[in-house]
Ligand binder design. Structure first.
Ligand SMILES: Cc1cccc(C)c1Nc1c(-c2c(F)cccc2F)nc2cccc(C)n12
Length: 219
């Protein structure tokens, strides 16, 4: 529950963002495939592609439900989504890993990611980040707010209206909030790895879905 010194508006904002965040989970059919599909590198890549496509759809829906987002300049809405998609998806998959997913899913997902054609040099920082997010033991409000901050971070390429898009009062001990923001810095470093991961898949002629091509400008 939001702390007592949170104003009524802030409380309503937190609840709206939380509600938007909790409305979207990985669909059961994808989670089921996780356990039952084949284990080849190709099958793992196809499954992760389906998961990533679903994550982009979930991200777009969540973002549209962030109060005020739809009243932003339309081009800025696109620029914010495209500029934050990778970080928001790393954050979400980190939260999936550290959440109480049904026993076994996490290990299976980790195994499939490790055997999906991603080179070890990207796997290590990816799972280090997952562990560092898990170590924060964020509650759903904090996960939802951190994701919203990531998306609404104005210093993305092509965002015209760089004015501050959102302020956030974190009434608990201030160093905790500083730690959360510190994770956003760590998160930004993952953009680079993600670009490398995509191009290594492109080199080995892997196909992405139209939505993934659109959000990351891949032909
Ligand atoms: C769904 C998933 C979960 C954990 C790790 C990975 C590699 C994936 N899959 C992808 C990611 C991606 C992501 F969705 C979340 C986090 C980090 C990511 F690299 N990005 C892309 C881009 C093109 C194709 C795929 C398969 N893909």
């Amino acid at each position: 529950p939001p702390p007592p010194n949170c104003s009524r508006e802030q409380r309503a904002l937190i609840q709206a963002i939380l509600k938007a965040y909790e409305r979207h989970q990985i669909p059961h059919d994808v989670a089921k495939k996780l356990l039952h599909d084949q284990y080849s590198v190709e099958e793992n890549f196809l499954l992760l592609t389906e998961m990533a496509t679903n994550q982009v759809q979930v991200l777009v829906e969540f973002t549209k439900n962030i109060p005020g987002f739809l009243s932003l300049d339309h081009e800025d809405q696109i620029a914010l989504l495209k500029g934050s998609a990778v970080e928001a998806m790393f954050l979400r998959s980190a939260q999936v890993f550290s959440s109480k997913t049904p026993a076994g899913h996490t290990e299976v997902l980790e195994d499939r990611i490790r055997k999906s054609g991603i080179s070890e040099e990207f796997i290590i920082p990816m799972f280090n980040f997952y562990k560092s997010i898990g170590g924060l033991h964020m509650n759903p409000e904090e996960q939802a707010l951190l994701t919203a901050i990531t998306i609404l971070t104005p210093d993305r390429p092509y965002v015209k209206d760089q004015s501050k898009l959102c302020t956030l009062h974190h009434p608990h001990e201030p160093q905790y909030f500083a730690r959360l923001l510190g994770r956003l810095t760590e998160l930004r470093s993952l953009n680079h790895y993600h670009t490398e991961i995509i191009s290594s898949w492109r080199v080995s002629d892997h196909k992405f879905t139209p939505l993934l091509c659109e959000i990351w400008d891949v032909q």
